[in-house]
Design a protein around this ligand. Structure first.
Ligand SMILES: Nc1ncnc2c1ncn2[C@@H]1O[C@H](COP(=O)(O)OP(=O)(O)O)[C@@H](O)[C@H]1O
Ligand SMILES: [Mg+2]
Length: 383
């Protein structure tokens, strides 16, 4: 028997749907364009970027993909980008040394070769902790990559995932500096991906902000139900399970179409089916699986919950009890909470990744980043 076909937590190996999105990112790589990929956490941005990187790399292109949230500061991100560029454009240490000297001399890079695996390590001589210099450092690296790619003849695609982190840290001045660099580059394409819809959208769409019209925007929505439903059906049928009417829809409903949550819930259903030789997927079994997922996450939910202020706890409960798209003033009034208090609490909960704002319609809609938190809140006793 093969393993669980439903995976979550890491970039997806098998992409459901997303064909157009993937093609678009690949095209940006081929044409050295600039693209902003915007979508909530858990929707599959990194999965698309990873698949695009694989395609472009197979075609002999150079892709430098980094997650801004994985670094302590922009200086460290810049250093990693530099190291990646030197490594990918050079085959041997002497060539790497020459490249580092020629294109990144101002950054004082020093190279070492790890004898165990032959990997070249690059360190930046400029102290990355020198925060003030971090953004020029970052743009210096981008400029170096442009010169390097132009001379090498192989264009590069620079992918910065969770890009809002850069702007959060460095501010609007950084936007202008990065824009000025990116705009002049011909041998390097850029994909800036971000999960803070509000910040990314404001950054790209507000005319007085520097990134305006620098590139195209692609907004990532949920995976269409027919495609996701098919994928789920095949996974369950592969172990000989039969599927009750409405059971797959129930998984998509409880996961609120968030790809991560849908996969996580399906994963647990699959475990119940294969472990207990229960061959029939029903809505009841889905509920049981959700109960198990929620109880496995109880400690981490509880830890986060305990850090919340009282008004934030109240607000989170209200959001979980109100229907999606509730009207703020009316809900605050009904629950006896001042509107401004609730508004502030909502924003704090957004910053802490409990909630996200869906900006699709005319009025912003508050949603759970992790829809299963609703079910967890329901298990807590009302205080
Ligand atoms: N196209 C897809 N097909 C199937 N599952 C997906 C897809 N995109 C995302 N997922 C699921 O969602 C999870 C999170 O995806 P990820 O790419 O890390 O999202 P993001 O970068 O937007 O936070 C993956 O581990 C996977 O379970
Ligand atoms: Mg991601």
């Amino acid at each position: 028997m093969s393993g669980n076909p439903f995976r979550y937590g890491r970039a997806a190996d098998v992409l459901v749907d997303r064909i157009d999105e993937l093609a678009r990112v690949v095209r940006v790589g081929e044409e050295c364009g600039t693209l902003f990929l915007i979508g909530p956490r858990r929707f599959g941005k990194t999965s698309i970027l990873r698949a695009a990187e694989a395609k472009l790399t197979d075609a002999g292109r150079v892709v430098l993909r980094y997650d801004a949230e994985a670094f302590d500061d922009i200086g460290s991100l810049a250093a990693a980008l530099l190291a990646g560029a030197v490594r990918k454009y050079s085959s041997a240490l002497d060539r790497a040394q020459a490249i580092a000297k020629k294109f990144f001399v101002a950054l004082k890079p020093s190279l070492t070769l790890d004898p165990s695996d032959g990997k070249i390590t690059v360190a930046v001589g400029v102290e990355p902790g020198a925060r003030l210099g971090a953004v020029p450092l970052f743009t210096d690296v981008l400029n170096g990559i442009e010169r390097l790619a132009a001379e090498d003849g192989r264009p590069a695609l620079v992918v910065v995932d969770e890009f809002q982190q850069v702007v959060t840290e460095a501010g609007e001045k950084a936007e202008r500096q990065i824009r000025a660099a990116v705009q002049r580059h011909r041998a390097v394409g850029y994909v800036f991906a971000g999960s803070s819809s509000r910040m990314m959208t404001e950054m790209v769409a507000t005319s007085n902000r520097a990134f305006w019209q620098l590139g195209d925007q692609m907004h990532l929505g949920p995976i269409p139900r027919p495609a996701f439903g098919d994928f789920l059906r095949k996974g369950f049928e592969s172990v000989g399970a039969t599927i009750a009417i409405g059971a797959l829809e129930h998984i998509l409903d409880l996961g609120e179409d968030v790809p991560y949550n849908v996969q996580q819930l399906a994963n647990e259903c699959w475990v119940l089916i294969t472990d207990n030789r229960r061959r029939h997927l029903t809505a009841t079994l889905v509920d049981e699986a959700l109960g198990r997922v929620v109880s496995m996450q109880h400690v981490s939910y509880l830890q986060r919950w305990l850090l919340l202020a009282r008004a934030q706890k109240q607000t989170l409960r209200i959001v979980s009890e109100e229907p999606i798209g509730f009207e703020l003033s009316a809900a605050a009034f009904r629950h006896g909470l001042p509107r401004t208090t609730m508004q502030r609490a909502l924003e704090a909960l957004e910053r802490q990744h409990f909630l996200r704002q869906d900006l699709g319609g005319t009025a912003a809609t508050w949603r759970f980043e992790d829809p299963f938190m609703r079910a967890w809140l329901a298990t807590l006793e009302n205080q």
